[in-house]
Design a protein around this ligand. Structure first.
Ligand SMILES: *Cc1c(COP(=O)(O)O)cnc(C)c1O
Length: 349
Protein backbone atom coordinates (compact mmCIF):
# COMPACT_ATOMS: atom_id res chain seq x y z
CA UNK A 1 0.00 0.00 0.00
CA UNK A 2 1.27 3.45 -0.88
CA UNK A 3 0.54 6.10 1.77
CA UNK A 4 2.63 8.91 0.31
CA UNK A 5 1.08 12.33 -0.22
CA UNK A 6 4.07 13.39 -2.30
CA UNK A 7 6.81 11.81 -4.38
CA UNK A 8 10.42 12.57 -5.23
CA UNK A 9 10.45 14.86 -8.28
CA UNK A 10 11.28 13.38 -11.65
CA UNK A 11 9.19 10.18 -11.41
CA UNK A 12 5.79 9.45 -12.94
CA UNK A 13 3.89 10.10 -9.67
CA UNK A 14 3.81 13.68 -8.38
CA UNK A 15 1.24 14.27 -5.64
CA UNK A 16 -1.24 12.16 -3.67
CA UNK A 17 -4.38 13.81 -5.08
CA UNK A 18 -3.27 12.90 -8.60
CA UNK A 19 -1.44 9.59 -8.27
CA UNK A 20 -1.47 6.60 -5.97
CA UNK A 21 -0.12 3.11 -6.64
CA UNK A 22 -2.84 1.47 -4.50
CA UNK A 23 -5.55 3.15 -6.61
CA UNK A 24 -3.82 1.76 -9.68
CA UNK A 25 -3.92 -1.80 -8.32
CA UNK A 26 -7.63 -1.44 -7.51
CA UNK A 27 -8.35 0.15 -10.91
CA UNK A 28 -6.55 -2.67 -12.71
CA UNK A 29 -8.67 -5.26 -10.85
CA UNK A 30 -12.03 -3.55 -11.42
CA UNK A 31 -11.14 -2.52 -14.98
CA UNK A 32 -10.29 -6.14 -15.72
CA UNK A 33 -13.65 -7.35 -14.36
CA UNK A 34 -15.73 -4.73 -16.24
CA UNK A 35 -13.64 -4.83 -19.41
CA UNK A 36 -12.59 -1.17 -19.41
CA UNK A 37 -10.41 1.41 -17.66
CA UNK A 38 -11.47 2.13 -14.07
CA UNK A 39 -11.11 5.35 -12.07
CA UNK A 40 -11.38 5.07 -8.28
CA UNK A 41 -13.39 7.71 -6.38
CA UNK A 42 -13.98 8.58 -2.74
CA UNK A 43 -17.57 7.22 -2.85
CA UNK A 44 -20.19 5.95 -5.24
CA UNK A 45 -21.80 9.40 -5.17
CA UNK A 46 -18.46 11.03 -6.08
CA UNK A 47 -18.26 8.78 -9.15
CA UNK A 48 -21.90 9.49 -10.07
CA UNK A 49 -21.38 13.25 -9.61
CA UNK A 50 -18.22 13.18 -11.77
CA UNK A 51 -20.14 11.52 -14.62
CA UNK A 52 -23.22 13.77 -14.40
CA UNK A 53 -21.26 16.98 -13.88
CA UNK A 54 -19.20 16.19 -16.98
CA UNK A 55 -22.35 17.03 -18.97
CA UNK A 56 -22.49 20.43 -20.65
CA UNK A 57 -24.79 23.06 -19.05
CA UNK A 58 -28.42 22.56 -20.06
CA UNK A 59 -28.01 18.87 -20.96
CA UNK A 60 -30.96 16.57 -20.33
CA UNK A 61 -30.63 13.37 -18.29
CA UNK A 62 -33.20 10.63 -18.85
CA UNK A 63 -33.18 8.64 -15.61
CA UNK A 64 -35.28 5.99 -13.85
CA UNK A 65 -37.97 7.56 -11.66
CA UNK A 66 -37.03 4.95 -9.06
CA UNK A 67 -33.24 5.31 -9.37
CA UNK A 68 -31.04 5.13 -6.26
CA UNK A 69 -32.20 8.03 -4.10
CA UNK A 70 -28.75 9.68 -3.95
CA UNK A 71 -28.68 9.85 -7.75
CA UNK A 72 -32.16 11.39 -7.83
CA UNK A 73 -31.31 13.90 -5.10
CA UNK A 74 -28.13 14.94 -6.96
CA UNK A 75 -30.05 15.34 -10.22
CA UNK A 76 -32.75 17.37 -8.39
CA UNK A 77 -30.03 19.54 -6.88
CA UNK A 78 -28.53 20.22 -10.31
CA UNK A 79 -31.91 20.87 -11.94
CA UNK A 80 -32.82 23.39 -9.21
CA UNK A 81 -30.07 25.66 -10.54
CA UNK A 82 -30.86 24.85 -14.21
CA UNK A 83 -27.45 23.18 -14.54
CA UNK A 84 -29.15 20.17 -16.19
CA UNK A 85 -32.69 19.00 -16.97
CA UNK A 86 -34.21 15.65 -16.13
CA UNK A 87 -36.90 13.38 -17.55
CA UNK A 88 -37.98 10.49 -15.32
CA UNK A 89 -38.78 7.15 -16.97
CA UNK A 90 -39.73 3.58 -16.13
CA UNK A 91 -36.40 2.06 -17.17
CA UNK A 92 -37.90 -1.44 -17.48
CA UNK A 93 -40.19 -0.10 -20.24
CA UNK A 94 -37.78 0.09 -23.18
CA UNK A 95 -40.23 1.60 -25.70
CA UNK A 96 -41.42 4.33 -23.32
CA UNK A 97 -37.82 5.16 -22.30
CA UNK A 98 -36.69 5.44 -25.93
CA UNK A 99 -39.74 7.60 -26.75
CA UNK A 100 -38.58 10.07 -24.09
CA UNK A 101 -35.02 9.87 -25.47
CA UNK A 102 -36.41 10.68 -28.94
CA UNK A 103 -38.20 13.74 -27.54
CA UNK A 104 -35.07 15.16 -25.92
CA UNK A 105 -32.67 14.22 -28.76
CA UNK A 106 -31.53 17.39 -30.45
CA UNK A 107 -32.85 19.60 -27.62
CA UNK A 108 -29.72 21.19 -26.27
CA UNK A 109 -26.30 19.63 -25.94
CA UNK A 110 -25.14 16.28 -24.61
CA UNK A 111 -28.17 14.20 -23.61
CA UNK A 112 -27.54 11.25 -21.29
CA UNK A 113 -29.52 8.08 -20.60
CA UNK A 114 -28.91 6.90 -17.02
CA UNK A 115 -29.60 3.20 -16.47
CA UNK A 116 -29.87 1.26 -13.26
CA UNK A 117 -30.52 -2.50 -13.38
CA UNK A 118 -31.61 -4.06 -11.14
CA UNK A 119 -33.05 -0.80 -9.81
CA UNK A 120 -32.63 -0.02 -6.12
CA UNK A 121 -34.90 -0.97 -4.36
CA UNK A 122 -37.65 -2.19 -6.73
CA UNK A 123 -35.28 -4.58 -8.57
CA UNK A 124 -36.69 -3.83 -12.03
CA UNK A 125 -34.58 -5.08 -14.94
CA UNK A 126 -33.69 -2.81 -17.88
CA UNK A 127 -32.85 -4.10 -21.37
CA UNK A 128 -29.23 -2.93 -21.55
CA UNK A 129 -28.58 -3.78 -25.20
CA UNK A 130 -31.77 -2.26 -26.67
CA UNK A 131 -31.53 0.88 -24.52
CA UNK A 132 -27.85 1.46 -25.39
CA UNK A 133 -28.38 0.91 -29.12
CA UNK A 134 -31.53 3.06 -29.17
CA UNK A 135 -29.98 5.91 -27.18
CA UNK A 136 -26.81 5.92 -29.29
CA UNK A 137 -28.86 6.05 -32.48
CA UNK A 138 -30.41 9.26 -31.09
CA UNK A 139 -27.03 10.74 -30.22
CA UNK A 140 -27.33 10.25 -26.44
CA UNK A 141 -24.57 8.91 -24.20
CA UNK A 142 -25.36 6.02 -21.87
CA UNK A 143 -24.25 5.67 -18.25
CA UNK A 144 -25.15 2.86 -15.89
CA UNK A 145 -25.02 2.13 -12.17
CA UNK A 146 -23.89 -1.51 -11.87
CA UNK A 147 -23.69 -1.58 -8.07
CA UNK A 148 -26.38 -4.21 -7.44
CA UNK A 149 -25.19 -6.71 -10.05
CA UNK A 150 -21.39 -6.22 -10.02
CA UNK A 151 -19.37 -7.18 -13.13
CA UNK A 152 -19.68 -10.84 -12.12
CA UNK A 153 -23.38 -10.82 -13.02
CA UNK A 154 -23.34 -8.41 -15.98
CA UNK A 155 -20.81 -6.33 -17.96
CA UNK A 156 -22.67 -3.24 -19.20
CA UNK A 157 -19.76 -2.04 -21.38
CA UNK A 158 -20.14 -5.24 -23.44
CA UNK A 159 -23.82 -4.33 -23.93
CA UNK A 160 -22.83 -0.91 -25.32
CA UNK A 161 -22.98 1.30 -22.19
CA UNK A 162 -20.41 4.16 -22.34
CA UNK A 163 -19.60 4.50 -18.64
CA UNK A 164 -20.35 2.31 -15.62
CA UNK A 165 -20.40 3.55 -12.03
CA UNK A 166 -20.12 1.60 -8.79
CA UNK A 167 -20.67 2.13 -5.15
CA UNK A 168 -17.61 0.09 -4.15
CA UNK A 169 -18.95 0.49 -0.61
CA UNK A 170 -21.40 -2.33 -1.32
CA UNK A 171 -20.68 -5.78 -2.79
CA UNK A 172 -17.24 -5.03 -4.25
CA UNK A 173 -15.66 -4.13 -0.90
CA UNK A 174 -18.27 -6.32 0.78
CA UNK A 175 -17.65 -5.95 4.52
CA UNK A 176 -19.47 -2.74 5.45
CA UNK A 177 -16.21 -1.07 6.48
CA UNK A 178 -15.36 1.13 3.47
CA UNK A 179 -17.01 4.01 1.63
CA UNK A 180 -15.63 4.16 -1.91
CA UNK A 181 -16.70 4.42 -5.56
CA UNK A 182 -15.48 3.95 -9.10
CA UNK A 183 -16.32 4.64 -12.74
CA UNK A 184 -15.28 2.46 -15.70
CA UNK A 185 -15.23 3.21 -19.43
CA UNK A 186 -13.56 2.21 -22.70
CA UNK A 187 -13.63 5.78 -23.99
CA UNK A 188 -10.30 7.51 -23.37
CA UNK A 189 -11.92 10.97 -23.51
CA UNK A 190 -14.33 9.94 -20.73
CA UNK A 191 -11.47 8.56 -18.61
CA UNK A 192 -9.41 11.74 -19.03
CA UNK A 193 -12.40 13.88 -17.99
CA UNK A 194 -13.13 11.69 -14.93
CA UNK A 195 -9.51 11.79 -13.76
CA UNK A 196 -9.43 15.56 -14.20
CA UNK A 197 -12.62 15.91 -12.13
CA UNK A 198 -11.30 13.59 -9.42
CA UNK A 199 -8.16 15.71 -9.06
CA UNK A 200 -9.87 19.11 -9.25
CA UNK A 201 -12.80 18.23 -6.97
CA UNK A 202 -10.54 16.26 -4.63
CA UNK A 203 -12.85 13.23 -4.76
CA UNK A 204 -10.00 10.85 -4.00
CA UNK A 205 -10.24 7.60 -2.01
CA UNK A 206 -7.82 7.02 0.86
CA UNK A 207 -5.14 4.38 0.35
CA UNK A 208 -6.42 2.39 3.36
CA UNK A 209 -9.94 2.29 1.91
CA UNK A 210 -8.57 1.29 -1.47
CA UNK A 211 -6.58 -1.55 0.09
CA UNK A 212 -9.69 -2.80 1.92
CA UNK A 213 -11.69 -2.67 -1.31
CA UNK A 214 -9.01 -4.69 -3.12
CA UNK A 215 -8.93 -7.17 -0.28
CA UNK A 216 -12.71 -7.48 -0.40
CA UNK A 217 -12.77 -8.03 -4.15
CA UNK A 218 -10.61 -11.12 -3.73
CA UNK A 219 -13.59 -12.94 -2.22
CA UNK A 220 -16.34 -11.28 -4.27
CA UNK A 221 -17.08 -14.41 -6.30
CA UNK A 222 -17.57 -16.70 -3.29
CA UNK A 223 -19.45 -14.09 -1.22
CA UNK A 224 -21.80 -13.32 -4.09
CA UNK A 225 -22.41 -16.99 -4.87
CA UNK A 226 -23.39 -17.73 -1.28
CA UNK A 227 -25.46 -14.55 -0.82
CA UNK A 228 -27.28 -15.22 -4.08
CA UNK A 229 -28.12 -18.81 -3.12
CA UNK A 230 -29.45 -17.52 0.19
CA UNK A 231 -31.44 -14.74 -1.51
CA UNK A 232 -33.08 -17.15 -3.98
CA UNK A 233 -34.16 -19.46 -1.14
CA UNK A 234 -35.49 -16.63 1.04
CA UNK A 235 -37.37 -15.11 -1.92
CA UNK A 236 -38.98 -18.49 -2.62
CA UNK A 237 -40.02 -19.02 1.01
CA UNK A 238 -41.22 -15.43 1.49
CA UNK A 239 -43.42 -15.77 -1.62
CA UNK A 240 -45.43 -18.48 0.06
CA UNK A 241 -45.65 -16.94 3.52
CA UNK A 242 -48.75 -15.47 5.11
CA UNK A 243 -48.41 -11.78 5.94
CA UNK A 244 -46.01 -11.18 3.04
CA UNK A 245 -47.21 -9.77 -0.26
CA UNK A 246 -45.50 -9.21 -3.54
CA UNK A 247 -41.92 -10.50 -3.40
CA UNK A 248 -39.55 -8.91 -5.90
CA UNK A 249 -36.53 -10.97 -6.93
CA UNK A 250 -35.44 -11.35 -10.56
CA UNK A 251 -34.72 -15.04 -9.93
CA UNK A 252 -38.39 -15.86 -9.21
CA UNK A 253 -39.96 -17.35 -12.35
CA UNK A 254 -43.02 -15.05 -12.09
CA UNK A 255 -40.99 -11.86 -11.52
CA UNK A 256 -41.58 -9.33 -14.34
CA UNK A 257 -37.80 -9.02 -14.87
CA UNK A 258 -37.07 -12.77 -14.84
CA UNK A 259 -36.93 -13.38 -18.60
CA UNK A 260 -34.72 -10.38 -19.26
CA UNK A 261 -32.45 -11.22 -16.31
CA UNK A 262 -32.01 -14.77 -17.65
CA UNK A 263 -30.94 -13.34 -21.01
CA UNK A 264 -28.46 -10.72 -19.87
CA UNK A 265 -27.28 -11.66 -16.37
CA UNK A 266 -25.12 -14.48 -15.00
CA UNK A 267 -27.19 -14.59 -11.80
CA UNK A 268 -29.95 -12.74 -9.98
CA UNK A 269 -28.09 -11.00 -7.16
CA UNK A 270 -28.45 -10.84 -3.41
CA UNK A 271 -31.23 -8.26 -3.01
CA UNK A 272 -34.85 -9.17 -2.27
CA UNK A 273 -37.70 -6.68 -1.81
CA UNK A 274 -41.08 -7.64 -0.37
CA UNK A 275 -44.21 -6.00 0.96
CA UNK A 276 -45.53 -6.66 4.43
CA UNK A 277 -49.23 -6.67 5.43
CA UNK A 278 -50.16 -3.60 7.41
CA UNK A 279 -48.11 -1.12 5.36
CA UNK A 280 -45.54 1.04 7.15
CA UNK A 281 -46.48 -0.26 10.62
CA UNK A 282 -46.32 -3.87 9.47
CA UNK A 283 -42.91 -3.32 7.89
CA UNK A 284 -41.47 -1.48 10.88
CA UNK A 285 -42.95 -4.13 13.20
CA UNK A 286 -41.19 -6.93 11.37
CA UNK A 287 -37.85 -5.07 11.45
CA UNK A 288 -38.18 -4.42 15.20
CA UNK A 289 -38.51 -8.11 15.98
CA UNK A 290 -35.51 -9.35 13.98
CA UNK A 291 -32.60 -10.71 16.03
CA UNK A 292 -30.03 -11.76 13.42
CA UNK A 293 -30.84 -9.63 10.37
CA UNK A 294 -29.77 -6.07 11.16
CA UNK A 295 -32.15 -3.17 10.50
CA UNK A 296 -29.99 -0.57 8.77
CA UNK A 297 -29.23 1.13 5.51
CA UNK A 298 -26.68 0.04 2.88
CA UNK A 299 -26.29 -3.36 1.23
CA UNK A 300 -23.84 -5.89 -0.15
CA UNK A 301 -22.05 -6.76 3.10
CA UNK A 302 -21.45 -10.25 4.50
CA UNK A 303 -24.20 -9.62 7.07
CA UNK A 304 -27.87 -9.34 6.11
CA UNK A 305 -29.41 -5.85 6.36
CA UNK A 306 -33.05 -4.85 6.10
CA UNK A 307 -34.69 -1.47 5.65
CA UNK A 308 -38.14 0.02 5.06
CA UNK A 309 -37.16 2.42 2.30
CA UNK A 310 -40.42 4.35 2.46
CA UNK A 311 -39.17 5.94 5.70
CA UNK A 312 -37.10 8.39 3.64
CA UNK A 313 -38.85 11.51 2.31
CA UNK A 314 -37.25 10.91 -1.13
CA UNK A 315 -38.67 7.36 -1.23
CA UNK A 316 -42.35 8.18 -0.68
CA UNK A 317 -43.21 6.81 -4.12
CA UNK A 318 -42.53 3.28 -2.82
CA UNK A 319 -45.18 1.00 -1.29
CA UNK A 320 -45.11 1.94 2.44
CA UNK A 321 -44.75 -1.67 3.58
CA UNK A 322 -41.87 -2.45 1.19
CA UNK A 323 -38.78 -3.88 2.87
CA UNK A 324 -35.44 -4.14 1.08
CA UNK A 325 -33.41 -7.10 2.25
CA UNK A 326 -29.70 -7.27 1.43
CA UNK A 327 -28.94 -10.94 1.92
CA UNK A 328 -25.60 -11.84 3.46
CA UNK A 329 -23.63 -15.05 3.71
CA UNK A 330 -25.07 -16.41 6.98
CA UNK A 331 -26.63 -19.87 7.18
CA UNK A 332 -29.87 -19.65 5.22
CA UNK A 333 -31.80 -21.61 7.88
CA UNK A 334 -30.77 -19.06 10.52
CA UNK A 335 -31.94 -16.23 8.25
CA UNK A 336 -35.27 -17.92 7.55
CA UNK A 337 -35.84 -18.75 11.22
CA UNK A 338 -35.24 -15.10 12.07
CA UNK A 339 -37.64 -13.78 9.41
CA UNK A 340 -40.26 -16.35 10.41
CA UNK A 341 -40.10 -15.60 14.14
CA UNK A 342 -40.15 -11.84 13.48
CA UNK A 343 -43.25 -12.24 11.28
CA UNK A 344 -44.98 -14.16 14.08
CA UNK A 345 -43.91 -11.67 16.75
CA UNK A 346 -45.16 -8.80 14.57
CA UNK A 347 -48.57 -10.50 14.28
CA UNK A 348 -48.13 -11.41 10.60
CA UNK A 349 -49.45 -14.96 10.99
C1 LIG B 1 -25.09 3.06 -2.18
C2 LIG B 1 -25.36 3.29 -3.62
C3 LIG B 1 -24.81 4.39 -4.28
C4 LIG B 1 -24.00 5.45 -3.57
O1 LIG B 1 -22.75 4.98 -3.19
P1 LIG B 1 -21.93 5.57 -1.92
O2 LIG B 1 -20.72 4.72 -1.91
O3 LIG B 1 -22.81 5.43 -0.73
O4 LIG B 1 -21.65 7.00 -2.22
C5 LIG B 1 -25.07 4.51 -5.63
N1 LIG B 1 -25.82 3.63 -6.29
C6 LIG B 1 -26.37 2.56 -5.69
C7 LIG B 1 -27.20 1.61 -6.48
C8 LIG B 1 -26.16 2.36 -4.33
O5 LIG B 1 -26.72 1.30 -3.72
Amino acid sequence: MSLSSTYRAGGSATYGRDHNATWEAFEAALGGLEGGTAVAFSSGMAAIAAVIESLPPGATVVAPGDAYQGTRLLIDDLTATDRIRVRAVDIADTDATLRVCTKIAGHGPGGLLWIESPTNPLLAIADLGSLSTGAHRLGLRVAMDNTLATPLLQRPLDAGVDVVVHSVTKLLAGHSDVVMGAAVSRDQAVITELIKRRSLRGAVPGPFETLLALRGMRTLAVRLERAETNAAELARRLSGRRGINRVRYPGLPDDPGHGRACEQMQGFGAMVAFEVDGGADGGEGLCRHLRLIVPGTSLGGVESLIERRGRYPAERHLPPGLLRLSVGIEDVEDLWADLDQACKAAGLG
